[in-house]
Write a protein that binds this ligand. Structure first.
Ligand SMILES: *[C@@H]1O[C@H](CO)[C@@H](O)[C@H](O)[C@H]1NC(C)=O
Ligand SMILES: *[C@@H]1O[C@H](CO)[C@@H](O)[C@H](O)[C@H]1NC(C)=O
Ligand SMILES: *[C@@H]1O[C@H](CO)[C@@H](O)[C@H](O)[C@H]1NC(C)=O
Ligand SMILES: *[C@@H]1O[C@H](CO)[C@@H](O)[C@H](O)[C@H]1NC(C)=O
Ligand SMILES: *[C@@H]1O[C@H](CO)[C@@H](O)[C@H](O)[C@H]1NC(C)=O
Length: 600
């Protein structure tokens, strides 16, 4: 093996001198429902993720990475560079038997990359539309697809069960391109990893590679069984006292090993040096409630499907030997990946997106270029959040449970945690880095980096009962200085009435732009029993979809007369100039813009 690697290193130097600057290969790895506190590079002293951590220490950690709070909104934002509210993919994720998807008129990331000459592969989860064939990955820019189309599948049968009123729909959800795959066996995380390794081994260098590996782990299984963890990975987490948490940790362990295998395959193929690796989670962990996986977002507040940091502030890192290792503290939104990846691939500016190209600052440093972002708009749940600079505003009506710091009891240990140093030094990623790239991991600087990207030393007494911590209602939202108070424990709403007016207006105007949608409508035709027990598309491409609702739900914050006047004046100023320019058309669009802000 060593001899083999030495040969590779020699080959590598020859290749490297031949291609000075090339379009990088890109491997984009997505974890599902992985909590902020569940990677050891963020300071978790419970779950060890040494393979992921070495990438983090040798690469760039995105410290303020915002996704959305649920799978479909996050993934549609990632693939389109647009806020989900523009696509009708905001709020509740697509149900297995729901006729909905990212509109086919919208171009996705893999299509942009194909135009730049890439070959594009999706392995694993999709979840942005599957009721019609034209929503499927191979119709949206992926050359190949190998994985599942819905929200989650059973890790061992690859089936998905969706419970309805008094019946359940069940069937296989695993496809190669558009064909069901019937002859699978093994654990899902291994199946996806093996295919990714195969794609890398088969890669022939004729075009740059885009490999999107979208794991199911550590999401719960998609059927009636929840945390399906390989026995040896449970054993690796014996020190964790809570048994469900131990199972969850085992799923994270398998995910971490997968990352090591991918890095090793890239090195073996001699393309590691020229590969940009991204690792992200799609949203926070659902510590309790629906899809509970016993993941933890501590010390952040809230969890998946809530506008708190625990729901929307996620794990992200990127690595390539040409990037200077560090922590990027600027805001980074999931929509930024599309323009950033396209720029890394040599593409140019993309119109009509919400994402910002951050490639230049990530590679060359400089001042943060994003000052604001929409955290989430949930028209069904009735809440929204927006970040501007240090500040974050949350409006809507949220249940107390959603507002809590969840999962303190999950931190209990029953024996010593494995030695972290040793785990890092023995990780596959590190061994490969040392052999192939001559990387000598500096433990002191790794630990210093871990310390800086960690929030765990902060006080995490659950302050949700305090008057200052704030649970939003329709009468009053919450405002936080996230820079000073990342745990969202000190509400400053009453201290800054002008900021509250401005930010709630900003949120209100984004809300007025949302594409209305129905709460998930189940289509009985989807029943896999009618399709040989597979979840194949069941709606013809040309069938006219049900008309969406025509009105936008009411913004979930009451407006006072004073605010009303402020809003009208602000709008008047904004449109005065345009009014002079085109008085003719202005009448109706002005009325509409005001109307949109104040739905009756
Ligand atoms: C479930 O029940 C509701 C109300 O009884 C009905 O409107 C709906 O169509 C049912 N859904 C399914 C999938 O059977
Ligand atoms: C390389 O792989 C691509 C994609 O699989 C294929 O289209 C092409 O024909 C292959 N080229 C060679 C020279 O094998
Ligand atoms: C992080 O660094 C600070 C000082 O820089 C130190 O007080 C603290 O103990 C460190 N925390 C950890 C977890 O190493
Ligand atoms: C937020 O907190 C940071 C750190 O304490 C401080 O520098 C900044 O001025 C605060 N921002 C606002 C708008 O109050
Ligand atoms: C239905 O699925 C089984 C495997 O589960 C397969 O052997 C059979 O050919 C399929 N039938 C049709 C009509 O596709």
């Amino acid at each position: 093996m060593i001899v083999h690697l030495v040969t590779l290193v020699l080959v590598f130097f020859q290749v490297a001198t031949q291609n000075e600057i090339e379009q990088p290969n890109i491997v984009f790895i997505v974890a599902d429902d992985l909590g902020w506190n569940d990677v050891s590079f963020h300071g978790s002293d419970q779950i060890m993720t040494p393979n992921i951590d070495v990438l983090a220490y040798q690469g760039i950690i995105l410290q303020q990475y915002y996704t959305d709070t649920l799978g479909t909104p996050s993934r549609s934002a990632l693939f389109t560079g647009k806020y989900p509210l523009r696509l009708g993919t905001q709020s509740a994720s697509i149900k297995a038997s729901e006729d909905r998807g990212i509109p086919v008129s919208v171009k996705l990331l893999p299509s942009y990359l194909k135009e730049l000459g890439y070959q594009t592969h999706l392995i694993g989860k999709w979840h942005v539309g599957k009721s019609r064939e034209h929503y499927m990955p191979t119709y949206r820019g992926f050359d190949t697809f190998y994985g599942f189309l819905g929200g989650a599948v059973d890790y061992l049968t690859y089936n998905l069960i969706e419970e309805h009123n008094d019946t359940s729909f069940f069937g296989l959800d695993f496809f190669e391109n558009t064909m069901p795959v019937e002859d699978l066996s093994g654990h899902l995380t291994d199946i996806l990893t093996d295919r990714a390794v195969q794609v890398i081994r088969d890669y022939n260098g004729s075009a740059p590679l885009y490999l999107h590996l979208s794991h199911a782990a550590p999401h719960t299984g998609g059927a009636l069984v929840n945390l399906q963890t390989p026995a040896e990975n449970i054993a690796a987490n014996e020190h964790i006292a809570h048994s469900a948490r131990r199972n969850y940790a085992g799923l994270v362990t398998s995910l971490d090993k997968s990352v090591g295998s991918i890095v090793a395959a890239l090195a073996e193929k001699d393309i590691l040096q020229n590969t940009l690796i991204v690792f992200v989670s799609d949203n926070g962990a659902p510590t309790v409630g629906a899809e509970q996986n016993f993941g933890s977002n501590l010390p952040l507040r809230g969890m998946k499907n809530s506008p708190w940091e625990g729901g929307a502030r996620s794990i992200a890192l990127l690595w390539n030997p040409s990037l200077s290792p560090g922590i990027w503290h600027g805001l980074f939104h999931v929509t930024d990946w599309l323009p950033t990846i396209v720029a890394a691939a040599g593409g140019s500016w993309i119109p009509n997106i919400d994402g910002v190209n951050q490639w230049n600052v990530l590679t060359n440093g400089g001042q943060p270029i994003r000052n604001e972002l929409l955290v989430t708009i949930d028209d069904i749940g009735g809440w929204a959040a927006f970040r501007e600079g240090d500040l974050k505003i949350i409006v809507g009506e949220l249940s107390k449970d959603t507002c809590r710091y969840q999962g303190m009891e999950l931190k209990a240990l029953k024996s010593d945690v494995p030695l972290y140093e040793q785990a890092l030094l023995e990780s596959e990623t590190y061994l490969v880095f040392r052999e192939t790239l001559d990387v000598d991991l500096d433990l002191d600087s790794a630990f210093a980096k871990r310390n800086r990207s960690s929030l765990v030393s902060r006080n995490i007494q659950d302050p949700t009962q305090d008057a200052v911590s704030c649970n939003p209602t329709r009468a009053k939202g919450c405002l936080y200085n996230i820079t000073a108070d990342p745990l969202e424990a000190h509400d400053i709403w009453d201290l800054y009435p002008d900021i509250v007016k401005r930010l709630s207006l900003r949120l209100r105007s984004l809300w007025s732009e949302l594409k209305p949608r129905w709460s998930p409508l189940l289509d009985m035709r989807a029943n896999p029993a009618s399709h040989n027990y597979t979840w194949t598309p069941w709606v013809p491409n040309d069938e006219i979809p049900l008309k969406p609702p025509t009105t936008v739900p009411v913004f979930p914050l009451h407006v006072s007369m004073g605010d009303l006047q402020y809003l009208v004046e602000l709008n008047l100023n904004k449109f005065r100039q345009k009014m002079f320019d085109s008085i003719k058309n202005m009448g109706s669009s002005f009325v509409q813009s005001i109307g949109g802000l104040f739905p009756l």
